[in-house]
Design a protein around this ligand. Structure first.
Ligand code: ASP
Length: 592
């Protein structure tokens, strides 16, 4: 089809182009009639240009311009001219010029819009997702899609320069439990059999190491059939990495370099030379979280030395039972009202704390709350906690874990309330030395804390069966502004150790053989020592873009109940399709 094809984009023209004849293609962003002069702001991916049909233009052209509606896709031909001084818009890159239109071609019309195309649409999520193509036209989404592209490009560049190969692993594989539920694809050719969508390329990347490819990465799609919880997507993207002949520090180092490179290339931001490292125990003890937000301080401290002799029974009995009393000094919060303190207490209670004890620091010393028990030790307490007049001291007494996590949740909340979480600050840290196993109370069994392929630290190798809870793994998480953005580990490459791990987590020999036999087989043929990591691309982009949800950085996300309102997935399928797949439905009563 012949049409007036663009000779410039809507973001390109400047004063230096004055007098040039050009054709622009784009969408009618706004159109207004100003006393017989028709202004049409034309928008494309590159920007917005003001185009004008003058008062003395031919009647035909004026009529056509008057008939244009928002988001019509049009071509305009015209001459670039300087705007009158009063019309110059310094906010717009094209703000010094306008295009005097001599011809217009309507390329396609638009139905009335469900929402306006503005910097960010303020329409409800489902409406935005139903009309995602319109939402993608908003400058905010366009910027984020560019950021996503730029980051992926930088990642590929980074790894390529360091001799990594990007290898695609299959997205239809054998169902191999990795923590979440698999999505299954029934096989037509093999009745009663299923492929699973990978929860991650974990086993394949390990087998790639057995295959001698040495340094692997992949921008990998992963699928987990999880209940709608928090900000999760059923499918998401990882920067999957695996390397042979490395130790933990090599993996941490290359990951730091990766993010330094990507942040420099895309946000022109310099990250620190290396990221601080904390052990799991340290972060739990100091921040009450295994994904601490270290943009701010407010550390948890040990209050137990001040409990003895205080006469405060609630704290005494916790310590006698082997628990802990943790304290947090909320800087400048001494003026908090009862209501504000109760709100903090509610946060602590979500994390199983029985209560949140408090006292205020005033010019006269400790006041209010539980202060009467601690008046005698006031000097020591203030010195130890670094508390000053105007501060609020908050305390939780419980088992060490509950005291830490509950007060850690209070800390996170305070960080937000006190405005300490600047989204433009990027505070990365490593958490290392995680326990290898977690006790599952419901199932009364040990489970792998990360996954079953992670190496126990050397010193536990001989005795790990005796006390699995004590065993630390060669595991690491990368945390950014309070979000876990990557995890990884040094892997087991000894089939015997792998079998012992399967046994500890209650996988029988046959079960392990059935599920992971292919990995154990591969491990018979000289597997190299190897390890890796998998940063979650969506979450990192969300933080880079200063957004609150990963849906803002994914072109076509599902909504919060796993539905795509645009094309309507998941959907029913034809009876014939099911028959082909040898599938019979057995629906719950009310859905049938
Ligand atoms: N496959 C792991 C995950 O998805 C990451 C890794 O260990 O490399 O969490």
């Amino acid at each position: 089809m012949e049409y007036m094809k663009r000779t410039a984009t809507c973001g390109a023209l400047r004063l230096a182009d004055e007098g040039k004849d050009v054709v622009l293609n784009g969408w009618v962003h706004r159109s207004r009639d100003h006393g017989g002069i028709q202004f049409i702001n034309l928008r494309d991916r590159c920007g917005i240009t003001q185009t004008v049909v003058d008062e003395d233009a031919p009647a035909e052209l004026k009529k056509l311009a008057g008939s244009l509606r928002m988001e019509y896709c049009i071509a305009v031909k015209g001459r670039v001219r300087k705007r009158p001084d009063s019309m110059v818009n310094p906010e717009m890159p094209t703000g010094e010029i306008e295009l005097q239109i001599t011809d217009i071609e309507v390329l396609s019309k638009s139905a009335p819009l469900p929402f306006m195309i503005e910097q960010e649409s303020d329409a409800k999520e489902d409406l935005r997702l139903t009309y995602r193509y319109l939402d993608l036209r908003t400058p905010g989404m366009q910027e984020r899609m560019k950021l996503r592209h730029d980051v992926i490009f930088a990642v590929r560049e980074f790894f390529h320069e360091r001799g990594f190969y990007e290898v695609e692993t299959p997205t239809m594989i054998k169902s191999t439990p990795e923590g979440a539920r698999d999505f299954l694809v029934p096989s037509r050719l093999h009745p009663g059999k299923f492929y699973a969508l990978p929860q991650s390329p974990q086993l394949f990347k390990q087998i790639i190491m057995v295959g001698g490819l040495d340094k692997y990465f992949q921008i990998a799609r992963c699928y987990r059939d999880e209940d709608a919880r928090g900000d999760r997507q059923l499918e998401f993207t990882q920067i999957d990495v695996e390397m042979s002949f490395v130790t933990r520090d090599d993996v941490l180092r290359i990951t730091e370099e990766l993010f330094q490179y990507a942040f420099r290339k895309t946000l022109q931001t310099e990250l620190p030379e290396s990221f601080p490292r904390f052990t799991y125990h340290e972060v739990m003890n100091t921040y009450g979280s295994d994904k601490p937000d270290i943009r701010f301080g407010l550390p948890l401290q040990d209050f137990s030395p001040f409990v003895e002799g205080s006469g405060f029974k609630a704290f005494d009995s916790v310590l006698e039972a082997g628990g802990a009393v943790k304290a947090l000094t909320a800087k400048g919060c001494g003026g908090y009202s009862r209501k504000q303190i109760t709100q903090l207490e509610d946060t602590a209670k979500i994390y199983q704390a029985k209560g949140l004890a408090w006292m205020k620091v005033t010019e006269n010393g400790l006041e209010g709350g539980v202060s009467k028990f601690f008046a005698q030790k006031q000097e020591e307490i203030l010195a130890a906690l670094g508390a000053e007049a105007g501060d609020l001291i908050l305390m939780v007494a419980d088992t060490w874990r509950t005291a830490c996590t509950a007060l850690g949740a209070v800390r996170s909340r305070l960080g937000k309330d006190l405005g300490l979480t600047d989204p433009k600050t990027f505070a990365f840290c490593w958490v290392i030395d995680f326990p290898l196993f977690e006790w599952n109370e419901e199932g009364r069994k040990w489970e792998a804390a990360h996954h079953m392929f992670s190496m126990p630290q050397q010193q536990y190798l001989d005795t790990m069966e005796q006390n699995p809870g004590e065993v630390k793994g060669d595991l690491y998480d990368l945390v950014l502004n309070g979000n876990e953005v990557a995890s990884g580990s040094i892997r087991i490459h000894d089939p015997e150790i792998q079998r012992r791990i399967f046994r500890i987590v209650g996988f029988s020999e046959e079960e392990a053989e059935k599920r992971f036999g292919f990995l154990l087989n591969a491990f018979q043929y000289g597997p190299p020592p190897h390890g890796g990591i998998a940063p979650g691309l969506d979450r990192i982009l969300m933080i880079m873009a200063g957004e609150q949800t990963i849906k803002e950085v994914i072109a076509f996300p599902k909504n919060s109940v796993g539905v795509s309102p645009m094309e309507g997935s998941p959907s029913e399928v034809d009876e014939a399709q099911l028959k082909d797949l040898h599938v019979k439905l057995d629906l719950p009563e009310n859905d049938a």
